[in-house]
Ligand binder design. Structure first.
Ligand SMILES: Cc1ncc(COP(=O)(O)O)c(C=O)c1O
Length: 340
């Protein structure tokens, strides 16, 4: 089966498994796991932060950031389609007891004027807005990249208006590598989390990055929500292996482009396919005119042993990752050509 539902389906490679077998471990709750300590330091240095905390998931990284940056009843500014608001099982209201306020955006890039309007609207009888959360790459628009220069401008505004800026960078390496952009996020946001368990190919884990005091407090929150871990150097070393090999993510962009080109050529042959969206990283979105026709399309793929899925109703998502090889790409192209 060729599984292009998500980049979360990647399995650890043989090389990764061999690498992790040699990991030195200790009790991470005592900060005695040398492999975890090294990963946290290595990652913080890579992205220009003071410190890092290994957490179980992207969701945990996002939610610990909100616990840190907000007080109950605050508002957090984000986009109406963000992961932190829509796909985290209500964790923000459950844990931090905050509410969200949405601002206009293009592909996840906040409209600074609208942001300023929303902040100015906030007055004595409105909730306090304490945090702004962005997502890079931006999932709902198809993995689009927020230019680093725009993040800098946003941070200039948030830092001078007493607001914290959090970056949900679950797939931030796609943005950094594709744009060959500055990776010095530590200077331009208050916190950032990214996932080792998506395109990077590790079985589990994310990192949360910030200032030393932010990470000290985050360690406390991680414990409170049951995220404390023990001899996790084993999985931290898989994460380190993934990070060392991060340039491989660019191969996934090439795979996406190859399939995108074929989809464009064959678009009219696919019943009900309205538009094909590619935003320069590892995903393609296929927007259909009806759910019946998108269901039919997915069924036909499945009959050819290709498993794709939905991003949202009528919008099919192809996500390319390290476990899709050149033979798989050939097969997908063959199946695209077989539509008539
Ligand atoms: C943009 C974004 N943020 C956060 C997450 C949460 O990551 P996890 O599944 O590790 O909790 C995801 C997962 O798909 C995501 O796509």
């Amino acid at each position: 089966m060729i599984d292009i539902r998500s980049d979360t389906v990647t399995k650890p490679s043989k090389e990764m498994l061999e690498y992790l077998m040699t990991a030195e471990v200790g009790d991470d709750e005592y900060k005695e796991d040398p492999t975890v300590n090294e990963l946290e330091e290595f990652t913080a240095n890579l992205l220009g932060f003071e410190a890092g905390l290994f957490v179980t998931s992207g969701l945990m990284g996002n939610q610990i950031s909100l616990l840190n940056h907000t007080n109950p009843g605050d508002e957090v500014i984000t986009t109406s389609d963000s992961h932190i608001q829509n796909y985290e099982h209500g964790a923000a209201s459950f844990l931090s007891r905050i509410q969200f306020r949405n601002v206009q955006h293009e592909d996840g890039n906040l409209d600074l004027e609208d942001l300023k309007t929303q902040i100015n609207k906030s007055s004595y009888n409105k909730p306090k807005i304490s945090t702004v959360a962005i997502e890079n790459t931006h999932l709902s628009s198809g993995g689009s990249i927020i230019p680093f220069e725009d993040i800098k401008k946003l941070y200039e505004y948030t830092s001078s208006n007493n607001l914290k800026l959090h970056v949900d960078g679950a797939r931030v390496w796609h943005a950094i590598l594709e744009n060959k952009s500055n990776s010095n996020y530590g200077e331009y946001c208050d916190s950032l989390t990214f996932c080792f368990s998506k395109g990077l190919g590790a079985p589990i884990g994310s990192i949360l990055l910030g200032s030393k005091s932010f990470i000290d407090d985050s360690r406390e929150y991680r414990k409170k929500i049951g995220g404390g871990m023990r001899q996790v150097g084993i999985i931290a070393s898989a994460a380190k292996f993934a990070l060392i090999n991060r340039e491989d993510l660019l191969d996934d962009h090439k795979k996406a482009i190859e399939i995108y080109d074929q989809l464009i050529i064959n678009k009219n042959k696919i019943d009900g396919l309205d538009s094909i969206i590619y935003k320069g990283t590892n995903m393609i979105l296929l927007d259909f005119t009806s759910i019946e026709l998108s269901d039919k399309f997915l069924e036909k793929l499945l009959n050819s042993k290709i498993k794709a899925g939905y991003l949202r109703e009528k919008v099919v998502r192809f996500v390319f990752h390290k476990d899709i090889n050149s033979e798989n790409i050939k097969k997908i192209i063959e199946v695209i050509h077989s539509f008539s």
